[in-house]
Design a protein. Structure first.
Length: 145
């Protein structure tokens, strides 16, 4: 299944993104000060991939909800004139955040809904040199805010 971007927001909206933890929201506010300066569109809680198959007896009216609950969800996707940033916000990030971004990368590149150069970004509050090295090996930007 293709990526489901969902509702498009102007970068100046200032909403509290859906399903974002309070800790990640603090990161989001600090990161967004510079990240949104040149942005043209922003998408939140973006669905990537098919998700888990619905149980056999799932009512047809519930299948879409099942998919939304089980598919991978990117915190923020920011569109600029010449590129797209896919962002994982993670308070006290560990290597599992890199794994999530690698999943997003695979799923996005299968069928990109925005045909622009795409960068994958990990935004955290804490620096970890091993995480920085791991991110670098996978062309993931590692940003501390």
């Amino acid at each position: 299944m293709p990526t489901v971007l969902g509702r498009r927001f102007p970068p100046t909206t200032g909403i509290y993104p859906p399903h974002m933890s309070p800790e990640d929201f603090k990161l989001f506010k600090r990161w967004g000060i510079t990240a949104f300066k040149e942005a043209i569109n922003v998408y939140y809680d973006v669905g990537l991939g098919e998700g888990a198959p619905a149980p056999e007896n799932t009512d047809p009216s519930m299948r879409l909800m099942w998919q939304k609950v089980t598919q991978k969800r990117a915190d923020v996707i920011v569109e600029y004139l010449n590129h797209v940033d896919i962002v994982e916000l993670r308070f006290n990030a560990t290597s599992n955040a890199i794994g999530r971004l690698l999943s997003y990368q695979m799923l996005w590149l299968d069928d990109p809904p925005i045909a622009k150069l795409t960068f994958f970004n990990l935004v955290s509050n804490r620096f970890d040199p091993d995480l920085e090295r791991l991110a670098g090996q996978h062309d993931i930007r590692y940003l501390i805010v």
